[in-house]
Design a protein around this ligand. Sequence first.
Ligand code: NIG
Ligand code: FE
Length: 414
Amino acid sequence: MSALLITDIGLLVGIHPKNVLVLKGSAMGALPAVNNAWILCESGLITRFGSMDNIPTDLPTSLTSVSANGGYVFPSWCDSHTHIVFASSREEEFEMKIQGKSYEEIAAAGGGILNSAHKLQKVSEDSLFESASMRLNDMIKLGTGAVEIKSGYGLTVDSELKMLRVIKRIKEAFKIPVKASFLAAHTYPENYKNDHNAYIQLIVDKMLPQIADEGLADYMDVFCEKGFFSVDETDKLLDVAAKYGLPPKIHANQLSISGGVQVGVKHNAVSVDHLEVTDKEAVRCLSKSNTIATLLPSCSLFLGIPFANARNLIDADIPVALASDFNPGSTPSGNMNLVVSLGCIKLKMLPEEAINAATLNGAAAIQLSDITGSIAIGKKANLFITRPMSSLAYLPYSFGQSQIEKVVLNGEIY
Ligand code: NIG
Ligand code: FE
């Protein structure tokens, strides 16, 4: 693999020591950077960086040199919560929302997750792979360099496996790290509406063994929410998943105080995600754990539900990550630049906090912060180069836009 040298970097951002794997409390506000910098990538990794005052002379002979022309360089966004494998969009529900229908009302009218499941069950693996690849390509151009993808629009043995096989193909086809979460416990299929136990048994007896056998998932996810999966049901599913070596990353406290945070922490969840409605109990519980709080502000924006209270979480020394939640129902966008802006605008995170939450802490929320998520020697050279900016805060300030000029994956211009 050849080498890439990026010179004339206005600000090289996010230089955390390689052994710092997650940030919490006041550390979330520190985003170490070098002014007027260069960075060298070799064999796909970051090997050296420094100030333009000391540009090295012993550079590799086969070298591609690129000038950032004063633009900033960031570690790629790590989007730790997405549902990008889906059959089709749901803008008919978008119109219902505009007319005032709630998320629960739309679900009760046959919309929501079941709507996506009906559509996905009829679509081929190839077609799902193609559409998800297109979405992921768009996300990469917007700076995403690591991603988690969930199943959960299958809800039958065959369709859940189909989704997870699509994710496996994405892992093989793309140059970025990809993690898979198994989310058959997303909602109850119609035929199990009055027999929750039978669906849980289907997950336990038929889905989990085969998924484990084929190595199709890295995490177990459950939508722990009123009208979806109860705390007891979540507890049982996480117990069984643990036996198959699948740690939890769960949906909790999106629409109500669900007890999802507590059951997630009980099972040592890597992250609990959403937390739009969070009480003192949940915050206290999280602060005593190693679980990451993953916030999804573009979901709140799109659904018109409350925004999570990031300040309470950061003040309680809880590591906060930001992710997109890209899905056809609640968040039809995978734009992490917008997520970071909303982190600042609506969650009152400082630009440094929001950027750390979308890079190193995002990587930690998919257990990849040892290889990506910051600028450190030996980490993956997944980066993006922006236009010249007047300051770091310009990136979230210029909301709804992308300042990204070039994306670098594994030390190569994408
Ligand atoms: O994270 N909350 C559950 N799942 C998705 C939305 C699913 C859908 O509406 O299709 C979410 O918001
Ligand atoms: Fe989600």
